[in-house]
Design a binder for this molecule. Structure first.
Ligand SMILES: [Zn+2]
Length: 224
């Protein structure tokens, strides 16, 4: 094995260890734990069904609440991608809801968010769930943060925020079945916009899967 590679692996191991020692459980703040066993149990998935205002069926693994919400915030806002595998596997309960034939299309991450984080959260989760993302949608520029916006404002904010990648190069793709993937679904505005542009390009949208949906009482989550 090349020495450089071994050095790299050692450094990575040391960094991970240092990270773990500095970490605390997102669920209960237990020190020295990336995710304690009790909180890992709280991540047991159940399916939550929702329908967006535009009529797209959303199947999620969790409600956006408690331990799950705190774990997602760590991944999205604190860069703690080591939590993604634990979250992603729970997404598996939602995946078979739409059959086996569909392509999984993540909602696009804005360039600004990708620059800030260095990764795309829906893709990270989908890969952790064992599926390959089909990056069919691209962000078309900056859009205002969805946080703090109400239902109508969110719908206006996402309008025109994404497009289908090279639709003209994919005439054979038209008619393919797709399932939209997001990390957190709040009002469903982002899912509805993704469904609109995909349908416009000729795809058949079966529905959407998400790691979590906000409880119906709340409109102010971390996403659209
Ligand atoms: Zn804990």
């Amino acid at each position: 094995m090349p020495t450089a590679w071994i050095d790299h692996a050692r450094r990575l191991g040391a960094e991970s260890l240092a990270f773990l020692l500095a970490a605390d459980c997102p669920g209960c703040s237990l020190p020295g734990s990336l995710l304690c066993p009790d909180c890992a149990q709280a991540l047991a998935a159940r399916t939550v069904q929702r329908t967006t205002p535009g009529g797209v069926r959303v199947c999620a693994a969790h409600e956006f609440d408690g331990v799950v919400a705190r774990c997602i915030r760590r991944v999205k806002e604190d860069g703690q991608t080591l939590l993604a595998p634990a979250l992603g596997v729970t997404l598996r309960v939602a995946l078979p809801q739409f059959g086996d034939e569909a392509l999984f299309v993540p909602v696009p991450t804005s360039r600004a968010a990708f620059r800030r984080r260095g990764y795309r959260v829906p893709e990270l989760l989908l890969r952790a769930a064992g599926r390959t993302p089909c990056r069919m949608l691209v962000s078309t520029g900056p859009r205002t943060d969805q946080r703090g916006l109400g239902r109508a404002e969110r719908a206006r904010n996402v309008r025109g925020s994404m497009r289908v990648r090279h639709p003209l190069l994919r005439p054979a793709g038209a008619g393919s079945s797709v399932v939209i993937v997001d990390d957190v679904v709040t009002t469903g505005a982002t899912i509805d916009e993704a469904a609109r542009v995909l349908r416009h390009a000729g795809f058949r949208v079966l529905g959407a899967v998400a790691l979590a949906v906000t409880p119906s009482r709340s409109e102010h989550g971390v996403n659209g």
